[in-house]
Design a protein around this ligand. Structure first.
Ligand SMILES: [Zn+2]
Length: 142
């Protein structure tokens, strides 16, 4: 296969380390040894071995460890498709939770974080022997 005929990831002219090179195989093995589970699956509470190494930024010329992410093949295919502008629908698991790790359900909003921090403050006050503050009163005239 000539360079002009390459397709897919090998065709990206920004790639500085060819996928079939010893250098890439060593780098890939080091990443998978250091972090053997798929990071996207782990974020959803799923234990899945990582088989692929993804360039997080989508830039294959940045081979710094911070830009390399271990993923299972399924997650890597989805991420790569999205990096190339394709719309990927994933569905949900048997519990109804979205399979997409970037689904809004898995993002913590500022309101949720503020609520959790308020709960923690009340718990720490209660642990110190102080009673939690009284619940807010409601105005019946509204
Ligand atoms: Zn995965």
């Amino acid at each position: 296969m000539t360079k002009a005929n390459k397709s897919g990831r090998e065709a990206d002219p920004r790639r500085t380390i060819p996928l079939n090179s010893v250098t890439w195989r060593k780098l890939r093995a080091a990443v998978l040894t250091e972090e053997p589970l798929c990071r996207h699956c782990a974020a959803r509470g799923i234990t899945e071995p990582a088989t692929d190494v993804d360039h997080i930024s989508g830039d294959p010329s940045d081979n710094s460890r911070e830009n390399l992410c271990p993923l299972c093949h399924s997650c890597h295919s989805i991420k790569t498709a999205r990096d190339h502008g394709k719309n990927v629908a994933m569905g949900c698991d048997v519990n109804g939770c979205p399979l997409d790790p970037s689904h809004p359900w898995y993002r913590r909003s500022d309101a949720v974080l503020a609520g959790q921090q308020a709960i923690e403050r009340q718990k720490s006050r209660a642990a110190d022997g102080n009673r939690p503050s009284a619940p807010p009163s409601f105005n019946a005239d509204c």
